[in-house]
Write a protein that binds this ligand. Structure first.
Ligand SMILES: CSCCC(=O)C(=O)O
Ligand SMILES: [Fe+2]
Length: 187
């Protein structure tokens, strides 16, 4: 089972709606990988004993873990948090999220600054690279339970756009040009 992603329309309607273009314009996993976005599908049941998750955590050094149950009863300043999540930003580190239950949308900017909407559901683990512009919203199901992973002491600081001089942003832009630039330069 693969994740679904698509280019967003321009409408300013409710952020929780799918915002597909008409006709739908899918974005492939390969396209996401070119942006440095990584994806795995795991079995979210019994995640505490999942060997696959364990392997990914070990390989990438994700020693920190916590759970975010995104509902008004369990999250302080719920509305404010949701607003901040949907404000376009970057981080100095990777953002690693594993969806255990429910669903939601991660939006990431592509190289041409277009929004790609990634629909995550139970079992989807995604990694956004440091420095990529992104945001998050619940979908119309209004509920998600996420595992947050991190390498070392967690830092969740969001730097809202524009951040063109932020070292993580510069590093990210450099990594993009290296990825597409290398094969061309060889000709
Ligand atoms: C609800 S997790 C995703 C939101 C986000 O981008 C963040 O926490 O930085
Ligand atoms: Fe973020």
């Amino acid at each position: 089972m693969a994740i679904e992603a698509w280019f967003m329309d321009e409408s300013k309607e409710d952020q929780r709606l799918p915002h597909r273009r008409n006709p739908n314009e899918p974005a492939s996993l390969e396209h996401l990988a070119e942006l440095g976005v990584l994806y795995w599908h795991l079995n979210p049941k019994d995640y505490e004993n999942d060997e696959e998750l364990k392997k990914i955590r070990e390989a990438r050094g994700y020693n920190y873990m916590d759970l975010l149950d995104l509902c008004p009863e369990k999250v302080a300043n719920y509305e404010e948090k949701l607003r901040n999540f949907y404000t376009e930003h970057i981080h100095a580190d990777e953002e690693i999220r594993y969806c255990l239950e429910g669903s939601g949308y991660f939006d990431v900017r592509d190289k041409g600054d277009r929004w790609i909407r990634i629909w995550i559901k139970g079992g989807d683990l995604i990694i956004l690279p440091a420095g990529i512009y992104h945001r998050f919203t619940l979908d119309t199901s209004n509920y998600v339970k996420l595992m947050r992973l991190f390498l070392g002491e967690p830092v969740w600081t969001a730097y809202n756009r524009p951040q063109e001089d932020h070292p993580a942003r510069k590093e990210y832009i450099k990594s993009l040009t290296e990825k597409v630039g290398m094969p061309l330069a060889a000709h």
